[in-house]
Ligand binder design. Sequence first.
Ligand code: ADP
Length: 219
Amino acid sequence: MQVQVGHGSITLVQGDITHQDVDAIVNAANKTLLGGGGVDGAIHQAAGPELLAECKRIRKEVLGGAYVETAQPVMTNGYRLKARHVIHVVGPICGIDPHPDRLLAAAYRNCLQLAAEAGLKSVAFPSISTGAFGCDVRWASRIALGTIVDFLRGVDATGADDKEAVERSEPAEKSGLRARDATASHHGPGGIAEVRMVLFTRADYDVYVEALEAVLAEG
Ligand code: ADP
């Protein structure tokens, strides 16, 4: 399924994110940045050991050994992937993190912002937080697609409450170069022409199709 939104498009596909031919794929990472299961494991497997080496370097040299904060993306090279870059972002853990709705929206928005600032044209996301992090896929799909639609329309959806939720992310600010400053003002959709959601299962794909129709119908 593909729809035009603003100056870009949203594509929903069922598939494996490691096979996507886009400028950047997003990794649903964990706070260690050192790989894990699910999509994180698949991306590291496909990208090769150089990806883990770069992640280790960033943890040590840029973040000073600190964990990556939720919703604060970090960009690396894509190595053996078709995608030139990987944007690693930690989504909220449902049932544990407060304000998971704000954090999930911030995760998508900050990745899009970082990609736009880097001049990237196409970005592919997995369904962040709906695997090991336990969030309901129907709930998450509305937030994901609502945030992507707002971004492509150039809507500044960063309300005061959202800022509060992401501003506590001090370590990412320290990293300066690669982790974006969540408090920066909205820069508009930049040149992003395609945002692709890559759903691993047919069931998740169907949920996202329904959510996209609902989000667009809401205007
Ligand atoms: P999180 O910890 O953020 O919940 P997971 O990796 O556990 O992340 O799950 C997020 C989503 O990624 C799940 O819907 C899972 O089915 C999906 N997923 C797992 N492997 C892949 C893959 N290779 N490509 C795309 N999506 C994947």
